[in-house]
Ligand binder design. Structure first.
Ligand SMILES: [Zn+2]
Length: 53
């Protein structure tokens, strides 16, 4: 196993198109910067829910 990062996982659900995917912190930053990969809509932090545990 690699020891890079914390391996934090998040649930992402697009408020515009309903796209749902599990992502990591790097992908979350990308979505916040670039928008939804499926519909291109703007994404805010509310679209993410933290997977604790
Ligand atoms: Zn979308």
């Amino acid at each position: 196993m690699t020891s890079r990062g914390a391996g934090q996982r998040y649930d992402f659900r697009c408020p515009h198109c309903g796209e749902y995917v599990q992502i990591d912190a790097d992908m979350m930053e990308l979505l916040l910067a670039s928008g939804c990969v499926a519909c291109g809509g703007p994404i805010s932090t509310e679209a993410f829910s933290n997977h604790s545990k």
